[in-house]
Structure formats: C-alpha cells, structure tokens
Design a protein around this ligand. Structure first.
Ligand code: NAD
Ligand code: SER
Length: 314
C-alpha cells in the first residue's frame, strides 16, 4: 500500500482509517472520497474528492488522477437502513462494489472491503461460528455482503486482483457516529451514559452480538493488507471479533464507571429480528493463523477508554 483511495471515507470507519493511514503512509498518499465534503479532519487535512460510488467513470478518473495502487471500498448502506430501503441498498451496495472492484482491476490495485457478521443467517451455527459455514442471510444487507465476498473471490480468481476482506462485528467508536446499523446501540449507550446517565435500548436483554473497538478494527485492516499474500487461504472474508456481549453486560460495565447508570428497553422488532439472525460469537482462528489477527481491547478496557474520550468530546 503506497497510494490509497478510500470510498465512503467520511463514515464511522473511514473518518478514523483515513487519518491512521495518513500517519503511516503520508498525508498526500491517502485520498479520501465520499458523496459530499464535510468539515471533518479526513476531509480537510489531506486530499479529498467527491466520488459517488455508483458512478464508475468518476471513480476510475479520480483513481487515475492520483495513480492509486490500493482501493479501500467502505461506502455502503448498513443493515437497518438497508432493511428499510432494500432496492436502494441493492443498487448502492452491489453497484458500488462492482465499480470499486472494476477500478481496482483497471488500476491493477490491491483491494479491501469489509464484509460483516451480517453475512451470516439464522441457519448458521450461532456459537463459535466457523470461518467456513452455512451462509443464508435473511436481510438485504446480508445478501449484499455474501455477494460481495463472492465477487471479491471472483475478481481474485478471474482477474488476479489482490482482494482482501474481513467480516467485521459491530464497531464501537467515538469520532464519527455509526450510519444505520443494528449494532449501533452499543455506541449510543456510551453517548447517553455520559450525557444523561441512562439509555433505552432497542435491542433486547440476552441478545449477544460480536463487537470490536475501532483501534482494533483499524489495525486489522492494515495488518491484513500488509500480510504476505501467499499465506492467505481465505481472503474474502476473515471472521474477526474482540468480544461478545448482551445489552445488560455493557450496561453493567458502564455502571462501574458511571455509578447509577440506568438501562431500560424499548425493543425495535425490525432491528431485533436482524440481531436474532446473527451469531452470538464468531470464531476468528483463521484470521489469527493466516495473518496474525489480534485484538487489544476487551469490554472493560474499551468502556474505560470510550467514557474518557466521550467526556472530553462532549
Ligand atoms: P457509514 O454509514 O458510517 O459510512 C458510509 C459512508 O459511505 C458515509 O460517509 C456515506 O456518506 C458514504 N456513502 C453513502 N453512499 C455513497 C455513495 N453513493 N457514494 C459514495 N459514498 C457514499 O459506514 P461504516 O460504518 O463506516 O461502514 C463502512 C463499511 O464497513 C460498510 O461496508 C459496512 O457494511 C462495513 N461494516 C461496518 C461495520 C460497523 O459496525 N461500522 C461492521 C461491519 C461492516
Ligand atoms: N454494525 C453493522 C450493522 O449493524 C454490522 O455489519 O449493520
């Protein structure tokens, strides 16, 4: 990775990934792109271009202008929004994916895109979900993610594009808010705890989902992209996770830092159904073995850091 184009760079992952990559590879070598510019660090402190991922010519033009050798494709609609607008989600998630892969093929560039725990479905084994297993998701987001994994494999096999990906769990962070996922409650709960000392969860008690703190997610992306290609058997896409918890467990950890914190429930049937179709916890052995994946943050360490950072921010 020497010159990197990122799509959807002003979202939850991109706004932090852009800055971290600029620290490592140099500001001018990381080109942030998104639908619209905003006043975030990622947009203001380095190269930024407006790129709509549904416009292939525009994406290729920008990639050629900066002579990129790596495409990191982040632009997508997340699970809850995709479920509300399935046709729009298909067009954006699959159209964007094809265009990003075509751009990587045209430029002979390395390619990364995140899949998700959403690629699994209700017939997938729920506990210790294997790397290779049944994948029959029942959400539009999941259908898009499975198709994206297969397309990435196809572009590697057919055209020799160096495609790589991970199945991210819910990502927790304090820089940019999440963009319409099912796991967003695990971010909102920290904001509300710091601001108001209470939170009403749309996910029910006892619902376990995999999660990861953003610093571990960024390291996972960089480590996978820097890994020796010859050692990658799976490529698209590796299970990665740092922790699994239910709402009452994250609330108990927050209460250690914010005594008196109160969690209540007002369950959203749509997002609950999505959560119920996903694994309780996945097995990340392949990522550990093939490229040394490791997470530094567990629930306690993440909670302490999130609350400290949000107290400064808010
Ligand atoms: P996000 O919703 O925060 O950001 C997506 C970005 O894409 C936004 O900045 C948005 O403006 C941009 N975008 C939307 N439509 C676009 C278009 N037509 N052209 C260009 N840009 C467009 O999403 P995120 O959380 O940063 O997720 C990035 C990727 O990671 C997605 O593929 C998502 O499925 C995947 N992922 C995220 C999580 C998570 O918890 N955040 C977990 C698993 C996988
Ligand atoms: N956080 C994401 C979502 O809920 C997982 O892919 O959609």
């Amino acid at each position: 990775m020497k010159r990197i184009l990122i799509t959807g760079a002003l979202g939850q992952i991109g706004s932090e990934l852009t800055m971290k990559l600029r620290d490592i590879y140099g500001t001018d070598n990381v080109i942030a792109t998104d639908l619209k510019k905003n006043n975030s660090e990622a947009a203001e402190n380095g190269p930024f271009e407006v790129v709509d991922v549904t416009d292939l010519n525009n994406m290729i033009e920008v990639a050629k202008k900066y002579k990129v050798d790596t495409v990191m494709h982040l632009a997508a609609l997340l699970s809850a929004t995709a479920e509300a607008k399935p046709v729009f989600a298909w067009n954006l998630n699959m159209g964007g994916m094809m265009n990003a892969l075509e751009t990587a093929r045209e430029l002979n560039a390395q390619f990364f895109t995140p899949s998700s725990i959403g690629a699994f479905g209700p017939t997938t084994p729920k506990d210790n979900t294997p790397q290779d297993t049944i994948m029959r998701p029942t959400t539009m987001y999941g259908v898009n993610k499975v198709a994206g994994e297969l397309l990435s494999d196809y572009y590697h096999e057919k055209f020799g594009v160096d495609t790589r990906g991970v199945r991210f769990p819910g990502l927790i962070s304090y820089v940019a808010k999440p963009g319409g996922g099912t796991t967003d409650y695990a971010v909102e709960i920290y904001y509300e705890a710091v601001k108001n000392g209470k939170y009403t969860s749309y996910i029910d008690k006892g619902t376990y989902m995999d999660m990861m703190y953003m610093p571990d997610a960024l390291n996972a992306i960089i480590d996978l992209m820097e890994a020796d290609s010859a050692k990658l058997t799976h490529r698209n896409a590796f299970n990665v996770t740092a922790m699994s918890f239910a709402p009452e467990e994250i609330a108990a950890e927050i209460a250690k830092q914010i005594p008196g914190f109160v969690l209540s429930y007002d369950v959203d049937p749509v997002r609950q159904k999505i959560a119920d179709s996903w694994p309780n916890f996945i097995d990340a052995t392949a990522a550990k073995q093939e490229w040394g994946f490791k997470a530094e943050y567990d629930l306690a360490k993440m909670t302490k850091d999130m609350i400290e950072k949000l107290r400064q921010k808010l």
